[in-house]
Each structure stands twice: as structure tokens, then as C-alpha cells.
Design a protein around this ligand. Structure first.
Ligand SMILES: [Zn+2]
Length: 100
């Protein structure tokens, strides 16, 4: 991302085929300098967060009027559509890797 041209070794897990770095650099702050985009995201507006939650709940099968209304006006967020097929709920554990 910063064009350092450093090289890192990775390995592939033989069980699940995920790719992992072999040795985590000692000083990670070098790779996340001040101003790194995901460290400076504004905290979400509590009202917007509530609306998003209601929309997700609605699309995940926990139907509610507010989620239904907003979804009918704005449409479903794309991740709501594919999360729906995973049969997960708000108690499910999700690994969110490398999303920033
Ligand atoms: Zn594995």
C-alpha cells in the first residue's frame, strides 16, 4: 500500500487453505501510520446505526416495520442480501479479515 517493496513470507493452512503471514512484524505501527484510513473513520451516527440494524434484521428474517419501510425505499444493502443466505443472526460469530 505504501510502496515499501518489503517482502513477507506467507503460508497456506493445509486444513482450511487460509493464507497467513509467517512472522508478524514486531513493529506494526510502521504499517499503520497516522492518517491510515481505517484508523480515522468517524464513529457511526447512532441513528444511522439503528436504521442499518433494523434493515439487516428485516432482511435476515426478523421482520420489522421500520426495516421493511426503509428497505422498500432504499433497497437492501448488497451485504444484507448475501448475509441472508448464510443463515446467521446477531449471535453468530463472523471472522472479518482484512476489511480495513
Ligand atoms: Zn486453517
Amino acid at each position: 500500500m505504501f510502496g515499501t517493496r518489503e517482502k513477507f513470507l506467507y503460508f497456506e493452512c493445509s486444513a482450511c487453505h487460509c493464507i497467513q503471514i509467517c512472522e508478524i512484524p514486531y513493529e506494526l505501527s510502521e504499517f499503520y501510520p497516522e492518517g491510515y484510513f481505517s484508523l480515522n473513520l468517524p464513529s457511526p451516527n447512532i441513528f444511522k446505526k439503528y436504521i442499518k440494524r433494523k434493515c439487516f434484521q428485516h432482511s435476515a428474517g426478523n421482520h420489522n416495520l421500520l426495516g421493511k419501510f426503509i428497505s422498500s425505499k432504499k433497497g437492501n444493502a448488497s451485504f444484507n442480501v448475501w448475509l441472508k443466505h448464510l443463515r446467521i443472526n446477531f449471535n453468530s460469530s463472523i471472522l472479518d479479515a482484512g476489511s480495513g
